[in-house]
Design a protein around this ligand. Structure first.
Ligand SMILES: *Cc1c(COP(=O)(O)O)cnc(C)c1O
Length: 455
């Protein structure tokens, strides 16, 4: 499989290079040169299904045997044998529980595997990389868990000081692996992200320390997420609708790819919190930047949905130059629109959308607890609220449960009066020693730190 950039001005690469590269050199995102077709003979065991679904995307860099072994290792770390179980919450409405991984959010599904891909590729090439990433909480902990065992990786994670939850911070700062460094920055998440971007844009620095990315634009993350959409549709053995609480459009893009390669998915329902740039786009075909308001579902508090670029490339008939131009206009003016015929061809048959504010989030957590006894986290609640607006009696609705309720205990307690317990492997999280460092919001200071820990 070869990969091309959505902006058409970067080298064509194979899978292993795309994983290490992250962002293409023209600023675009890598996508497969063409879409494969889903294998008709699909195993039920999750790790086996994962390797069957992903095989065409990783050839020839990973053979079937190696890929299966990596999938088995990655998903053995999940707390339940089904890996991503399905539970019914009301008639015809199901949750796909994606939070049974080591750090309790769906990002584990992809990041546990990404760490193994890095290790395998770097070991065989005799190379070393430095991962730098910004996090608002969930990406950092999942990346640290997934990558801390890699022998050939140093990792620096920047998080906004005082602006991640205690559970999220401790999941990052209590890991004692010497190659991992969680750093508090005296600033916001956007400030942390700007520092990371600045380090990547400093070509000499980027090349000297061989910087690599683990954020949601990394193709391997999008690819690993395709699998659970296939798994859910295989469970019902007939077309389903899936509601996805989303911010960066990463998770729902994986659903669109699952449909594109042949999984029987009818509608993908995009669920936003009050930061609803995506829902506004699906309503009026215009993407327009607005400010970010903090919400009870912080992992979806985003200003721009970076993975949307991959769908836009497709909507433009895979014309990278047109896509680059459109995004240039977006950067300059804060807005762009798609044509009615693009909307009719790509959006109408595939997507629905809706939004959920904080009051509705709390009401949904309370209501699901009252009727089923199940606690759901605020991100999942956004999905459940929006899914209920799009139910069809003849089509099962599956809402993606993206985090464990104990990861966001304050909102859950506010809604139900009950503080959810951490799962067993994390019960001593608040007794473990923390290791962190506070750095000023200063590029040179952060670069100096990265240089001091990179091997
Ligand atoms: C990251 C995250 C999301 C949003 O994922 P996208 O890839 O931006 O769609 C939703 N819920 C939780 C719990 C997350 O951690």
């Amino acid at each position: 499989m070869q990969y091309v950039s959505t902006r058409d001005a970067a080298p064509v690469l194979g899978f292993a290079d795309v994983v290490l590269e992250g962002l293409a050199t023209d600023g675009g995102l890598y996508v497969p040169h063409s879409w494969p077709t889903l294998n008709k003979n699909r195993p039920r065991v999750y790790a086996e299904l994962a390797s069957t679904v992903m095989q065409p995307f990783v050839e020839p860099d990973f053979n079937a045997e190696t890929l299966l072994s990596l999938c088995q290792q990655a998903y053995a770390t999940f707390g339940v044998p089904q890996v991503v179980p399905i539970v019914e919450i009301e008639p015809n409405h199901f949750l796909l529980e994606l939070f049974h991984g080591p750090t309790l959010a769906f990002k584990d599904v992809a990041l546990s595997l990404l760490g193994l891909f890095f290790d395998d590729i770097l070991t065989s090439r005799g190379e070393r990389i430095t991962i730098v990433a910004a996090t608002s909480g969930d990406t950092g902990s999942a990346a640290i868990d997934g990558v801390s065992k890699c022998k050939n990786v140093d990792m620096v994670i920047l998080y906004p000081n005082g602006r991640v939850s205690d559970v999220q911070r401790r999941q990052m700062t209590t890991v004692q692996a010497p190659n991992v460094h969680a750093i508090a920055i005296d600033g916001t998440f956007d400030d942390c992200q700007d520092l990371v971007k600045a380090m990547f844009n400093d070509t000499v620095f980027r090349n000297t320390y061989r910087l690599a990315a683990v954020n949601s634009i990394n193709w391997a993350r999008v690819m690993a997420q395709i699998v659970y959409y296939v798994s859910a549709s295989d469970h019902f053995a007939r077309p389903i609708d899936v509601t996805v609480p989303t911010g960066n459009f990463g998770n729902v893009l994986s659903g669109w790819i699952a449909k594109q390669i042949g999984a029987p998915l009818r509608h993908l329902v995009v669920a936003s919190n009050s930061n609803d740039i995506l829902t506004r786009f699906f309503e009026n075909q215009t993407m327009t930047v607005a400010g970010v308001t903090p919400s009870l579902s912080p992992s979806m508090d985003i200003q721009v949905s970076s993975n949307f670029e991959r769908l836009l490339f497709e909507m433009n008939g895979r014309n990278g130059q047109a896509t680059a131009q459109q995004l240039q206009i977006f950067r300059e003016t804060g807005t762009f629109a798609v044509k009615p015929e693009q909307h009719a061809q790509w959006i109408v048959p595939n997507f629905r959308a809706g939004r959920c504010n904080d009051a509705q989030t709390l009401a949904t957590i309370g209501d699901i607890y009252a009727t089923t006894g199940t606690l759901i986290d605020p991100h999942t609640a956004v999905g459940v609220h929006v899914a209920r607006q799009h139910m069809n009696p003849d089509v099962p609705m599956v809402t993606l449960a993206t985090a464990h309720p104990a990861k966001f205990p304050d909102a859950v307690e506010q809604a139900t009066g009950i503080r959810p317990d951490l799962p067993e492997h994390l019960t001593d999280l608040f007794d473990r020693p923390e290791r962190t460092q506070l750095l000023p919001l200063d590029l040179l200071a952060v670069q100096k730190f990265v240089a001091s820990v990179a091997h």
